[in-house]
Design a protein around this ligand. Structure first.
Ligand code: ZN
Ligand code: ZN
Length: 159
């Protein structure tokens, strides 16, 4: 009787994250405006499943779709006070608010990384830096562009 050696596949039981008991008492006072890591991570993770449903293509001008505005950006704890002018030439992204896909300059919030066009920045400032209000104003005025309206390199046979 030949003993057949069957290598049973070993299934790793260890979960990807082992809960770590906090050994050290946290005595340091954290600033109250510090975002908990889990929230930011959850926001980042929640973006990905939606992204996989549609193929990401840049426009025929080489502009990439904007990131969906996250809750963290809506609730930016600095209220977007640190807006920095930035070029939009390498890996150009459409505006996160109005969706305009061009290579014009963008303003980027140094706290939440919101990346928007200059006209939207002016509107944001005019609306007391309230991102939800600014988005609502643009939607009511019909000034939000749909990404699918732009010709991209896949759906445009002439490109
Ligand atoms: Zn911000
Ligand atoms: Zn814009």
């Amino acid at each position: 009787m030949g003993s057949r050696q069957q290598t049973s596949p070993t299934v790793p039981h260890s979960p990807p994250f082992l809960p770590q008991p906090s050994m050290l008492p946290n005595v340091r006072e954290e600033p109250s405006d510090e975002q908990p890591m889990s929230e930011a991570a959850a926001a980042a993770v929640s973006r990905f499943p939606r992204r996989q449903n549609w193929s990401i293509e840049c426009t025929i001008d080489g502009i990439w779709p904007p990131n969906v505005i996250t809750e963290q950006q809506y609730n930016c704890y600095s209220r977007h006070t640190g807006l920095m002018n930035s070029r939009n030439t390498n890996y150009a992204l459409a505006c996160q608010i109005c969706g305009v896909a061009d290579k014009a300059r963008r303003c980027m919030c140094t706290h939440c990384n919101l990346r928007i066009c200059i006209p939207c920045t002016d509107l944001l400032v005019a609306n007391n830096r309230d991102l939800r209000a600014t988005v609502r104003v643009l939607q009511e005025q019909g000034r939000v562009r749909d990404w699918s309206d732009y010709r991209n390199r896949r759906n445009d046979p002439s490109a």
